[in-house]
Every structure is written in structure tokens, then in C-alpha cells.
Design a protein around this ligand. Structure first.
Ligand code: NAP
Length: 311
């Protein structure tokens, strides 16, 4: 998969990215590949990450403080875990130039919008965003330029956000390869609770349960994992800090969806107990159709076994 060619001239003057992990480094790589910014600046709290970013050469400048990173920046994107957004917003607040756009990539939007609005001064445009793209890997080496290609990026501008700022961020994400959709932060958090947050919780739970089962030795869990367990382990290998913060910051929507999930699970348990084969068959037929429609819209591969190579 390749990105479109570089633009004739950069669409952003100074682009500052804070938190150079999987997502931050992918933004820098994609921006570099398409020459979207005149100057890109990177900052990460960890000195070893800053050194690695300089070594990789994915940013024009590596700043040594949040203040230095955002000075004169036109667009600032916070790519830190959701729980760190408030502290970063507070640290950059006195140094952001009036009229700059401050965005983020957090997987939860309501809590981030309130953290940014609390700390950033008036005259700064807050336009939160969430690229619905990722892998189970973390850190600056995990990123790649095509991560956002043909994936959705959801913008959740607050009421009264300036149209020009929303349009500028839409243009940036489109140039990074994504398809942009706009919705409220509240709606985003409910939709993502069902499509991402609760599925991750289920994966964490089932892998934890299997590890705790006394009768199944861990070597057997690993040996026979291709039976379905393996696919849960990929999701359950996702970054613990990121996912702790997601659940702590999207509590209401996650608890709401978990309530529905638990009821449906109990109904399935009942169907199995009472040998209601038709109930099971009908559900499994419906869910199979959902997977087919995800493949049809290009959000998943149709290759058998998720495109894994067969040995
Ligand atoms: P990551 O690979 O762990 O990178 C996060 C980086 O931010 C780390 O280098 C971390 O340093 C740094 N950081 C933490 N606190 C900081 C602070 N106060 N100031 C500056 N840097 C700080 O995480 P990621 O997967 O890129 O996720 C970043 C954000 O994207 C999260 O909000 C997440 O919800 C969102 N997101 C993730 C995915 C995904 O699939 N991974 C998808 C969409 C959106 P340390 O390691 O030293 O803490």
C-alpha cells in the first residue's frame, strides 16, 4: 500500500507532534512522505524516545520541552495516552500561539475535550480527533506512513468550533490518507465503546481467564491457540497504559455497553443449556454477515485466517 505523491507545497507551516509512539510517529512519517508541513517538530517525555526519533530522522526538529515544541506551531497534535492529555495541555498552554489548532488522537473524546478546554486559553482552536487505526505495537519504531490509509479519522469539534479550523484539520487527515467523519464527542464515545473498547475488554478478560484456568496448563493454551484464542491474544497484547486510560476515561459508555453484552451472553448461556440450536444458528448467521460487510467496505482482508501466511 502506498501513499499519494507529495503535495506541490506544504499545507501546514509548523506541525508539532507530542508523544512519539505508534500514532505520533506514523503521523510524522506520513507527513514527511507527502511533505505536508514546512517544518515538523517532535517532542516526547522520554529522552530515549527523543533520541530514537532523531536517529530515525522522521521529524525536522526534536524539541527538548513541550514549550519549545509548540512555539509558533500552526497545528499541534497530542499523541500521548488519554490520561496524560490534561498534563500536556497544561504544560503547553502558555506557549501556544493565538489562532493555532490544538488536536489529539486519543481513543476517548469526551474526557479529552474537557481536559483541553480546561487548560488551553481562548483564541486557540480545539479540534479533537481519533484516527480509527492502530496495531498492538507501541513506540516510535512501530509507526508506518500508511497506517491511516483508507481508515476513518473521527473529528469531534466542540459546539461553536471555527469552521476554518475544522476544515484545516480535515484537510490534514485526508492528506495523511484517512477518510474524515465528524460527530459529537459523546456519540463517538458510545460508538467506540461497542466497536473497540468492549471488544478489547473481552479479549483481555478471556486471555486472563485462560491463563488462570487450573485444569488447562499454559503450554496447552499456547499449543492449541489457533482454535480462536490466538486472535484474542493479539488484541490483548495492546498497550496496558493506553487501555487502562481508555477504560478510566470512557466509564459510562463502556458500562452501558457491557450491561447489554452481559445480558446477551446470559441469553446465549441459556440457549446452550436448553439446547436451542436454532437460536445459536440464527445469531451465528447474522454475525457472519456483519464480518462480510466489514470486508466489503475494505476495513478487513478477505484472505483466510486474516491473511496469515500458511506454513
Ligand atoms: P505509544 O506508542 O505508547 O506512544 C505514546 C508516547 O507518548 C510514548 O512514547 C510515551 O512515552 C509518550 N508520553 C506519555 N506521556 C507523555 C507526556 N506527558 N508528554 C510527552 N510524551 C508522553 O501510544 P500510541 O499507541 O501511539 O497511542 C497514543 C494515543 O493514540 C493514545 O491516546 C491512544 O488512545 C491513541 N490511539 C491509539 C491507537 C492504537 O491502536 N495504538 C489507535 C488510535 C488512537 P513513555 O512510553 O515514556 O510513557
Amino acid at each position: 500500500m502506498v501513499l499519494d505523491p507529495p503535495l506541490p507545497r506544504p499545507m501546514v507551516g509548523r506541525l508539532a507532534v507530542i508523544g512519539i509512539g505508534l500514532i505520533g510517529s506514523s503521523i510524522l512519517r506520513a507527513a514527511d512522505a507527502r511533505q505536508l508541513a514546512e517544518v515538523s517538530v517532535a517532542y516526547d517525555a522520554a529522552p530515549e524516545v527523543r533520541a530514537r526519533v532523531a536517529e530515525l530522522g522522521i521529524a525536522d526538529e526534536v524539541a527538548s520541552s513541550p514549550a519549545e515544541a509548540v512555539r509558533d506551531a500552526d497545528i499541534i497534535i497530542l499523541c500521548v495516552p488519554v490520561g496524560a492529555m490534561a498534563a500536556v495541555a497544561e504544560a503547553i498552554a502558555p506557549h501556544v500561539k493565538p489562532g493555532a489548532i490544538v488536536s489529539d488522537v486519543g481513543s476517548v473524546k469526551g474526557a479529552v475535550l474537557s481536559a483541553l478546554s480546561t487548560h488551553l486559553p481562548a483564541g486557540v482552536h480545539i479540534v479533537p480527533a481519533h484516527p480509527v487505526a492502530g496495531t498492538e505495537y507501541s513506540g516510535p519504531d512501530a509507526g508506518f506512513a500508511t497506517l491511516f490509509k483508507n481508515r476513518w479519522c473521527i473529528l469531534t469539534p466542540p459546539e461553536g468550533a471555527e469552521e476554518g479550523a475544522v476544515a484545516a484539520l480535515t484537510a490534514l487527515w485526508t492528506a495523511l490518507g484517512a477518510n474524515v467523519e465528524i460527530m459529537t464527542a459523546e456519540h463517538h464515545d458510545l460508538v467506540l465503546a461497542i466497536t473497540s473498547h468492549v471488544p478489547h475488554l473481552i479479549a483481555y478478560n478471556i486471555v486472563g481467564t485462560a491463563a488462570d484456568l487450573e485444569k488447562v496448563t499454559s503450554s496447552e493454551v499456547i499449543k492449541y491457540s489457533a482454535g480462536g484464542f490466538r486472535d484474542f491474544t493479539r488484541i490483548a497484547a495492546s498497550d496496558p497504559t493506553m487501555w487502562r486510560d481508555v477504560f478510566l476515561n470512557n466509564r459510562e459508555a463502556v458500562i452501558e455497553v457491557l450491561g447489554r453484552f452481559t445480558e446477551d451472553l446470559i441469553a446465549l448461556q441459556r440457549a446452550i443449556r436448553w439446547e436451542q440450536g436454532e437460536t445459536l444458528f440464527n445469531l451465528f448467521t447474522r454475525t457472519r454477515a456483519i464480518r462480510r460487510s466489514i470486508i466489503e467496505v475494505g476495513q478487513e482482508t478477505a484472505a483466510p485466517d486474516f491473511g496469515r501466511e500458511r506454513g
